[in-house]
Design a protein around this ligand. Structure first.
Ligand code: PHE
Length: 694
């Protein structure tokens, strides 16, 4: 990587680094790499299963709301931050303000936790691919094949007992070589993909992005042509509108969207830092978000059509296995249900190989995007050479991953994933990012930077999304889930008998360690210190004081609301008037504070001054209190963490509403994708004509 020279050049309101660091080479290289990061294991087993569990087709509504209102706007934010600073996440934040660097490291540390377990799942996929290829070559049966419900148990036993040697308790047990060897190979493959730098990654993704798409299309086409597939699709798409009234549906839709777009981990910031100075940002973000959603949707079609085919085939063979008997979340779907279903159908080894090639190629570019972002963060901070850092990092990563290559490993994988990937990790990071960039930094600068070079422009509404809508929605989710965790009757850290839940304690320790380490890393002196922002006079503290007073009042009301909601939940009074009044007061004062802060900031900008710190903090506190009020309100209404009910068998085939949903997705997602591509192509043609193609 070329060492970029420190120093900024003032260019209107935006700072652009003078020198260009290493780039992707082409626009397609970047877009494919970002899609490669986004499209991963989460699309093929996370999305279909969550959709199935939370309302079928109805789940698409919260998912699309999450994508359009929060996902794509935040992706634009991350792209712009990386691009304008040309630095990996921690340094990118550090360029804006010395103290923000910690936010970047926090995300990087969470990514590090993910990169210890994500390759383990890829290692399972490699093993299953190997089993499938062996069966294909020798003509033997797949090792998990079996008939009827006993066959499902058999497939489960093969995965949990034979392959994983799984034990339910948290003790790790010895290292399992059958997992450790493919795991080491996975790390090697990741290393080989990125060791030559991002330009080479931009070429590798020409293989790892289209290949799983082709495989998915094969699986979908095959599934859809099986007799019985409409019955399977009915599970996937027939909407259960009542699920929309349950907050858990919304919670899972947001969580899934965040993970799927690789948001808040610093990955997208880092990838965008390798873009050419003149590259588009807004349209690229839309392309990535829509392509990711399209992939998830098609993956669901493939999975459920095949399961429908399986239900039909087993019925015909006289040992019926209905769809709902095999669909279980998490690894069960990819390593038990789907392999079982394939084994019931013609050409089992062939399609099983296709399925695991899909998983491996889907996952590998997500995995190395994480490695790349950690690597770039270290290299940018220390100035060390990329090659040796990557080798050491891969070895350290492998050593940590080996923890999961044990009998109890899958339990730990589930726990760690639940924390990092859930409210405690990713949603919280997303919230922090919006607050810091939206209120503490002048977000208009980023918008202008994005608009100056993009195929289409963002309006001022984008500022509002990043300042209000995204943090309030994320805050609602964060506060509500944290409340649920701690107030849950089964006890979060200790059970009713006072015994500690080792898994939750460890998970919490991991997520709280992250900010502490982030603080430590950010306080180390880097090789290239950021040039300070040119100072501008700030508006007087007193001018933001009324907003701050409202904000403090809203926080106080939210704290009272919290106590009242806790008491009301324990006493079983979901309509408790004191709790409702406190929450309403918190929400109102929070909204007033945020609105006043927003007005102050606009006025300050118009007069060429920086906003007062009082107003900035008023904005943050007000938005947080508003989110907390909403979150506690939901907690009050649901009081205990809601679990998904497995859908009952739907009526024969797809309902009319399901067809409507397919049409709506066709227009919104695939139509949107076509529109974005059209804008990109016409913009490219204009640049060609003007001779400024990059
Ligand atoms: N988006 C990836 C997936 O859906 C996972 C991922 C998360 C990748 C975070 C990078 C960072 O599987």
């Amino acid at each position: 990587m070329n060492a970029p020279r420190a120093g900024f050049q003032r260019n209107g309101t935006v700072e652009i680094r003078e020198e260009q660091r290493e780039t992707w080479g082409t626009r397609a290289g970047f877009v494919l790499a970002a899609i490669g990061s986004a499209v991963g294991l989460g699309n093929l087993w996370g999305f279909p299963y969550k959709l199935y569990s939370y309302g079928g087709g109805a789940f698409l509504i919260p998912y699309l709301v999450a994508l359009i209102a929060v996902g794509v706007p935040m992706l634009i934010l991350e792209f712009t931050l990386g691009h304008s600073t040309q630095r990996a996440a921690p340094d990118a934040f550090g360029r804006l303000h010395r103290r923000f660097e910690m936010v970047g490291w926090w995300g990087i540390l969470l990514s590090f936790v993910i990169i210890t377990y994500y390759p383990v799942i890829l290692a399972y996929c490699f093993s299953y691919l190997w089993f499938s290829l062996k069966a294909l070559a020798t003509g033997a049966n797949l090792p998990w094949a079996g008939e009827g419900l006993a066959g499902v148990t058999n497939a489960g036993d093969f995965f949990y007992k034979t392959y994983l040697g799984y034990s339910e308790d948290l003790a790790l047990g010895g290292l399992r070589l059958n997992i450790a060897v493919p795991l080491a190979l996975t790390w090697l493959a990741m290393y080989l993909c990125i060791f030559r730098g991002v330009r080479f990654v931009g070429k590798i993704v020409w293989l790892t992005v289209p290949l799983p798409w082709i495989m998915l299309l094969i699986l979908a086409a095959r599934g859809l042509t099986l007799p019985g597939s409409p019955q399977g699709l009915a599970f996937y798409l027939n909407p259960d509108w009542s699920q929309l009234a349950k907050p858990s549906t919304w919670r899972f839709a947001f969580g899934q969207m965040f993970f799927s777009l690789s948001l808040a981990f610093g990955v997208m910031i880092t990838y965008a830092s390798f873009l050419h100075r003149r590259s588009d940002l807004n349209n690229n973000a839309a392309l990535v978000g829509l392509a990711d959603t399209a992939t998830s949707f098609v993956a669901g079609l493939a999975v459920f059509a095949t399961l429908g085919g399986m239900a039909f085939a087993t019925q015909q063979a006289g040992h019926p296995v209905p769809v709902q008997e095999v669909v279980k979340g998490g690894p069960g779907l990819a390593f038990v249900a789907f392999p079982y279903a394939l084994a019931q159908l013609p050409y089992p080894a062939l399609f099983s190989a296709v399925f695991f090639i899909t998983l491996v190629t889907l996952g590998i570019d997500s995995a190395f995007s994480i490695t790349e972002s950690i690597l770039a963060a270290i290299v940018d901070k220390t100035g060390w050479r990329r090659g040796p850092v990557l080798i050491v990092m891969s070895l350290v990563g492998l050593a940590f991953s080996l923890v999961y290559a044990t009998a109890g490993g899958l339990n730990w994988l589930g726990i760690v994933d639940g924390f990092v990937n859930g409210t405690w990790g990713i949603a919280f990071m997303g919230l922090l990012q919006c607050l810091v960039l939206g209120w503490l930094y002048r977000i208009d600068r980023l918008r202008r930077h994005a608009n100056e070079r993009s195929d289409w422009r963002l309006g001022a509404w984008w500022n509002g999304l990043i300042r209000f809508l995204a943090p309030v929605t994320l805050g609602t989710l964060v506060w509500w889930s944290m409340f649920d965790d701690f107030a849950s009757p089964s006890g979060f850290l200790r059970d009713a008998q006072g015994r500690w839940h080792a898994g939750n304690v460890a998970g919490l320790a991991v997520v709280t360690l992250a900010p502490l380490l982030a603080l430590a890393f950010s306080s180390l002196r880097g090789a290239r210190e950021a040039a300070p922002h040119p100072a501008r006079p700030a508006a007087p503290f007193a001018s933001g004081l009324p907003a701050l007073v409202a904000a403090v009042a809203s926080v106080a009301a939210a704290v009272c609301g919290f106590a009242a909601v806790l008491a009301a939940c324990r006493g079983g009074r979901p309509g408790d008037p004191a709790a409702l009044a406190a929450l309403a007061a918190a929400a109102l004062a929070g909204a007033v504070a945020a609105a006043a802060a927003y007005r102050h900031i606009r006025r300050a900008a118009a007069s060429g001054a920086d906003p007062a710190w009082s107003a900035r903090w008023a904005g943050i506190l007000g938005t947080v209190a508003l989110g907390a009020a909403c979150g506690f309100f939901l907690a009050l209404r649901t009081s205990v963490a809601a679990t998904a009910a497995a859908p009952s068998a739907p009526a024969e085939g797809l309902s009319a509403a399901a067809y409507g949903i397919i049409a709506a997705i066709g227009v919104l997602v695939f139509g949107g994708l076509a529109w974005s591509l059209y804008r990109a192509v016409t913009a490219g043609a204009r640049e060609d004509a003007a001779g400024e193609r990059i």
